[in-house]
Design a protein around this ligand. Sequence first.
Ligand code: HEM
Length: 453
Amino acid sequence: MSEPTRPEPQQEPRPQEGPRTPEESAPQPSRRALFGMLGGGAAGLAVGAAAGAVANSALAASGPLGSGTAGASRGVVPFEGAHQAGIVTPAQDRLHFASFEMLHSSGRDELISLLRDWTAAARELTAGRDIGSGAVDGPLLAPPDDTGEAQGLSASNLTLTFGLGRELFADRSLRGGGTEADPFGLRERMPASFAPLPSFAFDLLDPATTGGDLCVQACADDPQVAVHAIRNLSRIAMGRARIVWSQLGFGRTSSTSQSQETPRNLFGFKDGTANVKAEETKALAQHVWVADGPEWIRGGSYLVARKIAMTIESWDRTTLQEQERVIGRTKGEGGPLSGGGEFTEPDFARTRTSGGTAIDIAAHVRLAHPTKNHGIRLLRRGYNYVDGNNPLGQLGAGLFFISYQSDPSAFVTVQRALKTDALNEYIRHVGSGLWAVPRGVGAGEFVGQALFD
Ligand code: HEM
């Protein structure tokens, strides 16, 4: 006699296939669903206003169930808006970043359907709801619409930010040799500024963590929520695109709002002090949001990701004085070595009585500073990572650097200026990617829709 594979339900058995009645389809207002419903309402109010998005996040975070104490980890960041969420919305604590490639059998139709399906899923996920009929409420004889590991967890301020790689706009080389011209029919829609990143001094890029046709940046205050989102988007992509590499990150290394405390990177220094912040509307318009070019990218941005390995074992053996010289700031408060507190502007001309400038000529903050880079500012949004360890007993630690800029050339200028950076002795760039991030999604739209109109 065959054993049942799962316990029988106590109540009437559910139909195993076929359409469900409206009552069955309507999800019970679970804690999670209630939370999501509030998030959806907030999203409606916030369309077209990034500042509103921040405010709504705080509103949702204050606890729709009356908790009041749960804080930001319970919040909902609206998915819709003039700009995609996950750029200026407050940086969360955790990251799961994924790069995808379109399958060779996939063309324009598959790309459109994938972006449609991803958008529909993202609307649910960012509101703290399960996808489709959820993990346990669907027919028993079909795989669930949602993988289930986020059941019972709040939205955790999840943001999903989507980027399009330059390869989507170019010819595709075929596996058996030859090329397919413009497989997605997008070549004419490519912005002129979307040039590939050049190779930089000291690059040691691993092709296994470089490039990709599409990227998804999932940030949340709960790692399981971020991983759940990428896992489900990957599942939805099956047959059209596949993950080629991904990166987990913990501990943000920047602040994107003046209300956030400056966090620390794995060198132990405050990181994000001089970052562009959400409150700096003029600076965002100048340095982060794309203002010209094809309509689909206006209001969007360009995302650069650099996987930067940090030789923390060498770093940990250097003196505090050397560490501060390399960065150009104090390790404690994070103030510039020219004097003052964390937010005092560095004075690069200031000299020490013992000779030389207070901020070394090769210090990171000197070379990265806007005054040394034609006024350029980047919006940094990176995360610490540790990918296990090597056989020598060294941790695979680093910074998964992410920056948003209105033109990829802004990153190129700053990265080139870092050629003589004293920091180069302690870091190696091992992965890289550049993606165009379409403007935000309006009601009923899918990500990048204007690209195909
Ligand atoms: C592992 C690699 C890196 C580490 C550990 C690091 C660390 C830091 C630290 C501690 C600061 C000072 C605090 C702050 O203003 O945020 C800083 C500033 C900065 N970094 Fe980096 N950074 C790294 C890579 C990069 C890269 C690749 C870029 C861009 C190409 C970059 C661009 C900047 C900029 C623009 C600033 C602000 C400079 C200013 O306006 O004062 N950093 N970084």
